[in-house]
Design a protein around this ligand. Structure first.
Ligand SMILES: [Cu+2]
Length: 510
């Protein structure tokens, strides 16, 4: 199978090539390491490296190979990174102070994860396998600064992006978005964090400095010699589906531990996994006070002992460790211990607060929407074809919106999978969800509701840029398209879905 081919060629050949049944993990001859055999909680949690500007508000970030030790008992792992550090990079920016980043592709000509055997969406003739297109997820920028998938550049080239930062305080993250290959590039390590600050957030007296800890969560599979392994359909005889690993990494370490004082901390959580949603909870059921979601602070904190963080989503939480002095417990995600917290026995001085109110969030009235669209999320046949609105990436643009207008998008998930849907360049609010009769929809094209209207979860009532669309349901979002005219994308953030073809352009026009 060629490493790069178009979707149509892929469709013709896929049925014949990808009919083998799913193989189970740890077969004889399986190259992968059983990560669960590693001793848990032996490495301290690495803190991200705060990137230094080369001149005021200007960064030069080199994408390059590096070696890192994922666990005390493993040899070094080859990876790719933004910058030279073995820990995840972090940029801090301030509202209304624009930053520029020169993204430098110094990657080799050969991918770290071989593309051989995959259906790789065609980028352009002569495309480089190690092409990159850095995207600042959550940023409101114009097309040329947005990491548009086809706006990629090859090793030996660089590209400078301007980020106006004209947004409220929030956690963004940067990751690769190059056409057809971003699932491999992100898996190899091309992701980093970007915290935008503003006066309003600063006035809240939230835990700060060493009491604010960014946590980047993802899963990987390692080979027996500790190299990154990504199941290849040619070897496994399995179709590419969603990637799920058994090695849980927090800030680039497998199951680290973190010593904390008995006081409040602010944890900034990022799910950077290819496909895994992390239902998060502490092993002792200590509550999270969720204060923010994708696009910044909520109106008020919401206490919960468990919540789901989908790929691409962020959560801003306050955890009060003073309630658990001297205790040791785990952060659990999807049945795995992700990391361990060890709380000191002595009470600490804590000047921070957990405010009752955070900011004003005005709910957008539905009658301000000038257009409502019904957009399907569906999987077709056995061939790993997943489409938005029944269209492949390369078909003509169908979502054309007026700049400045507000629309309601009814995301009708006709599949049995949850799809985390992300829109670039805008923020939106979740209206509600409601289950539908899928066979009836396929038969008649009409929506027949089967359950009551479900409002968004309490921590989903702020501004979002990604929405979890549960199976067999319509999820409604209301979107003010405040973006500049241009072409952007909306897509599923399960990266294997996005690549197969759950990504579509949308145009903002005047
Ligand atoms: Cu999906």
């Amino acid at each position: 199978m060629p490493s790069c081919w178009t979707r149509r060629e892929a469709l013709l050949g896929a049925a014949a090539l990808l009919t083998a049944t799913r193989s189970s993990a740890q077969l004889p001859g399986d190259p992968s390491l059983d990560a669960r055999s590693l001793t848990s909680f032996v490495d301290p949690l690495p803190l991200p490296e705060l990137l230094k500007a080369t001149s005021p508000n200007h960064y030069a970030i080199t994408m390059q190979p590096r070696l890192s030790r994922l666990h005390r008992d493993l040899p070094l792992t080859r990876a790719w990174s933004y910058g030279s550090s073995a820990v995840p990079p972090l940029i801090e920016a301030r509202k209304d102070q624009p930053t520029t980043v020169e993204w430098i592709n110094a990657l080799p000509e050969t991918p770290l994860i071989s593309h051989q055997g995959f259906m790789v969406m065609d980028a352009h003739p002569g495309e480089s396998p190690c092409r990159t297109s850095p995207h600042l997820h959550g940023a409101h920028v114009d097309t040329k600064n947005d990491g548009f998938p086809e706006n990629w550049f090859a090793p030996g080239h660089s590209y400078t992006c301007h980020y106006p930062n004209a947004q409220d305080a929030m956690a963004l993250w940067f990751h690769d978005h190059a056409m057809g290959v971003n699932r491999f590039n992100i898996y190899a390590g091309l992701s980093g964090m970007y915290l935008l600050r503003d006066e309003q957030e600063a006035a809240l007296n939230l835990p700060r400095g060493k009491y604010e800890i960014p946590l980047m969560l993802c899963d990987r599979i390692l080979t027996k010699d500790a190299q990154l392994y990504y199941p290849n359909p040619e070897q496994t005889g399995d179709e590419e589906d969603e990637f799920y690993g058994d090695a849980m990494l927090v800030n680039g370490k497998i199951q680290p531990f973190c010593d904390v004082e008995a006081r409040r901390y602010r944890l900034r959580l990022f799910n950077t996994a290819n496909a895994r949603t992390f239902p998060l909870q502490f092993s002792n059921h200590l509550p999270f006070h969720i204060i923010g979601s994708d696009q910044g602070l909520l109106a008020a904190p919401v206490a919960t002992t468990r919540f789901d963080l989908a790929p691409g989503e962020r959560a801003d939480v306050i955890v009060d460790f003073s309630q658990t002095r001297g205790e040791t417990f785990q952060l659990i995600g999807d049945g795995f211990d992700l990391m361990q917290f060890r709380v000191s026995a002595q009470r600490s001085q804590d000047e921070s607060t957990l405010p009752k109110q955070l900011r004003t969030i005005t709910r957008i009235a539905e009658n301000t929407a000038t257009r409502t669209r019904l957009l399907t999320l569906a999987e077709y046949g056995e061939n790993m074809v997943m489409l938005l609105n029944g269209k492949f990436w390369h078909e003509p643009v169908t979502e054309i919106v007026q700049a400045g207008s507000t629309e309601i998008w009814q995301l009708a998930n006709l599949s049995d999978d949850m799809h985390p849907i992300h829109l670039h360049a805008v923020r939106f609010q979740i209206l509600d969800r409601r289950t539908i009769n899928v066979p009836a929809y396929f038969a008649t094209g009409r929506v027949e509701y089967t359950g009551p209207v479900t409002p968004p979860l309490p921590w989903e009532r702020g501004w979002k840029d990604l929405v979890q669309c549960p199976p067999r349901s319509i999820t409604r979002i209301i979107v003010p398209f405040a973006a500049k005219p241009g072409r952007y994308v909306w897509h599923c953030h399960i990266l294997e879905h996005e690549a197969n073809d759950m990504m579509r352009p949308f145009d903002v026009v005047v």
